[in-house]
Structure formats: structure tokens, C-alpha cells
Design a protein around this ligand. Structure first.
Ligand SMILES: [Zn+2]
Length: 299
């Protein structure tokens, strides 16, 4: 019962992640161009034909269209399904990690497998009591499951959005060489909104959450100061936002590592002219999530 429920929940989180990925493709493409996110609706850049709703299914539509526009057969970049797949995988990873082991960050203090096992045990006991005495029906309730499921979905996306923000900044930098202020503000807001979400879910540990949060995010952002002169003026806010995101995911012990990532990104930039800092932060967040999941699973 518990295992099937958790598998369905992770699947649902993964589908939601893929849908976010589909939307972020639009963000990466349109925001730097100053275009509206809503209108015009998705269309082929070559022939202008509108994308049909069933051809908008993340990852799968690109596969059944064989990477070509349904109308004019112009090739569609593999970037689109790639971003959708990454967003799907990140959400599923955080979902599974939070549900099965408990995340080492804030989430481990708010939710883990035993929450569900307890609800499951309570539910099975209620079923047994009902079978013994069919007049006793009041104890049969899914409230505990439902509350824990909502918590799991919300927490998964608190962490997934930190990775998504780094991914968006990374790809926009890769494409355009610069990031609009609106996207930097979005990335900087993610840790703050994330903290508020965590406090809403688990207000009891307020002081603990806030102390770790400000230390981690602050240290991550401050680490970029080491490379202050190597980063161009316009990119300092972006670098600080990416550092804060990394601190949010890695905690204060990992926050200083942002300086290493920025050092690598600076070296790559000197060689290739490309700013890969955002993509490196994204890769680091995913590596951290995989590493901690494996650690929890094998503990
Ligand atoms: Zn077309």
C-alpha cells in the first residue's frame, strides 16, 4: 500500500516537472527577446503553424514527431525535449529522495518515509477494525496520506526550483551571453520563497530553519566576491544569485564550493568566451541530489 502510493506520487511529481520544463523552454526562448510568455501561443518558428495540444506533450511529442514540425517538416531542436527531460528527472529525483529517505537539508526535518509508514499502519489498523466491527467507520480516513502527499509535492518543487533557476540562467547565458534582470530577480527570489514554503509546512523549527538558511544563502552569495574582479559588472548580481541558490541546496558547508565553480567557469570563459556558471551550478545541484539520494538509500 505505502510503496504503491509513493510510486504514484513520484510519477505525478515527475509529470509536473516535465510540464514545468515545457514552460521553461518558452521562458528561455522568449524572455531575453522581450516577448510575452502567453501570446502568441506556441508555434513553429519556420512556418508559423500553431503547435497542436497533443504535440505539446513534453519529451514524447518530440519523439513521435521525430524531431520535425508536423506541418513544414522543419527540424525542432533536441534542446526542447532535453530541457523537459532534465526538469522531469530533477523533480522525480527530489520527490523520490524526500519520500524515501528524507533530504539532508530542511526537508529531512519535515518529512520522511516513516510519516507514510505511520499513516499506512494507522489505515491498515482502521481497516482491520472495520472488518471486525462494520459499525465502526469513523477511523477510516485518508487525511494523513493527503497532507503528507501535499507536503512531499511542495518540498520537491522547493528544491527542484533551485535547480530550474540555475538551468534557466545557464541556458540563457549560453544562448545570448547575458541574462535579463527579470530572470536574475526570479533566481534570487527562489531561496526566499522556498524558505517561506518550508516554514509554512513546518513552522515549529523556525529558528533552526532561518539560521541555517541565512548562513547558507549568505555564504553562497558572498563566495562570488572572491571573483569580483574577474566577473563583469553586469554579471555580478547573476553570480550572487546563483551562489545563493547553491548555498540554499548545499547548506553552509557546501556554500564555499561556489567559488570553485565560479573559478572553473571563469577559466572556461577565457578559453571559449562562453559563460557556463549557471549550467555548472545546475550540474552541481543535480550531482548533490544524486549523491545524497544514494547515500540515504545505502545507509
Ligand atoms: Zn513548421
Amino acid at each position: 500500500m505505502t510503496a504503491a502510493f509513493l510510486a504514484i506520487l513520484v510519477g505525478w511529481i515527475a509529470i509536473l516537472g516535465a510540464a514545468f520544463g515545457s514552460f521553461f523552454n518558452v521562458v528561455i526562448w522568449r524572455v531575453p527577446e522581450g516577448m510575452s510568455l502567453i501570446s502568441p501561443p506556441s508555434h513553429c518558428p519556420k512556418c508559423g503553424a500553431r503547435v497542436r495540444p497533443f504535440d505539446n506533450v513534453p519529451v514524447l511529442a518530440w519523439l513521435w514527431l521525430r524531431g520535425r514540425c508536423r506541418d513544414c517538416k522543419a527540424p525542432i531542436s533536441a534542446r526542447y525535449p532535453f530541457v523537459e527531460f532534465l526538469c522531469c528527472a530533477v523533480a522525480a529525483l527530489y520527490g523520490a529522495s524526500i519520500l524515501v529517505g528524507g533530504w539532508i537539508g530542511f526537508a529531512s526535518q519535515t518529512l520522511n518515509w516513516s510519516d507514510f509508514a505511520e499513516y499506512s499502519a494507522a489505515w491498515e489498523a482502521a481497516v482491520a477494525a472495520f472488518e471486525a466491527d462494520p459499525t465502526q467507520t469513523t477511523a477510516l480516513t485518508f487525511d494523513g496520506y493527503w497532507a503528507a502527499a501535499q507536503k512531499a509535492v511542495a518540498l520537491s518543487f522547493v528544491w527542484a526550483f533551485a535547480a530550474y533557476a540555475a538551468l534557466i540562467l545557464g541556458f540563457v547565458e549560453w544562448d545570448k551571453g547575458a541574462v535579463p534582470k527579470s530572470l536574475v530577480l526570479f533566481a534570487a527570489a527562489v531561496p526566499g520563497v522556498g524558505l517561506l514554503t518550508i516554514l509554512t509546512l513546518d513552522g515549529g523549527a523556525f529558528a533552526e530553519h532561518c539560521g541555517v538558511f541565512f548562513a547558507s544563502v549568505g555564504l553562497g552569495a558572498a563566495s562570488t566576491a572572491l571573483f569580483w574582479r574577474a566577473i563583469s559588472r553586469s554579471e555580478r548580481a547573476e553570480a550572487a544569485a546563483l551562489g545563493a541558490l547553491w548555498g540554499f541546496c548545499a547548506g553552509c558547508w557546501g556554500a564555499a564550493l561556489v567559488a570553485v565553480l565560479l573559478g572553473v567557469a571563469t577559466a572556461v570563459r577565457r578559453k571559449t568566451g562562453r559563460n557556463v556558471f549557471g549550467l555548472l551550478v545546475f550540474a552541481a545541484i543535480v550531482a548533490l541530489a544524486v549523491g545524497e539520494s544514494v547515500w540515504f538509500a545505502t545507509r
